[in-house]
Design a protein around this ligand. Structure first.
Ligand SMILES: [Zn+2]
Length: 134
């Protein structure tokens, strides 16, 4: 790919992200110098897909490369996707165990306040489980 084509690709990626509701940030990728984007609270480079996170350093916001998420969905690799499936299953099992524990806690509790809080957590876990199973 020629340098111009690379530039064009960067621009079209950026436009696509803006259309999808992404936000262009004032930070640049330290690998390829492409402006970073923020979308659905993820900060990443649209060109090389490197992930970043925004941190505060001495009162100013800076970006630093983020760890690759274990739940990276956009993988085309079969092994990685099998692993992702396995991770998801493990997580779902753990969440179910946690849910069980919370239900037990809620049943034992005499405080309506605690029960309310526990029910809130149960609801959140159930939501995550639903997402994992979808
Ligand atoms: Zn990059």
């Amino acid at each position: 790919m020629s340098r111009d084509m690379v530039e064009d690709k960067k621009i079209s990626d950026a436009v696509e992200l803006l259309l999808k509701g992404g936000k262009m940030l004032g930070f640049h990728c330290n690998e390829c110098d492409t402006p970073l984007f923020e979308m659905e609270s993820n900060v990443f480079c649209p060109h090389c897909q490197k992930k970043y996170r925004i941190i505060e350093k001495d009162g100013t916001k800076v970006v630093e490369p983020a760890e690759e998420s274990a739940y990276h969905i956009q993988s085309h690799d079969d092994a990685a996707s099998a692993e992702w499936h396995e991770d998801r299953k493990n997580l779902a099992e753990k969440l179910e165990a946690l849910l069980d524990k919370i239900v037990t806690e809620a049943l034992k509790s005499n405080s309506i306040h605690d029960v309310k809080e526990l029910v809130g957590i149960m609801k959140e876990i159930t939501e995550i489980l639903k997402e994992l199973e979808s």
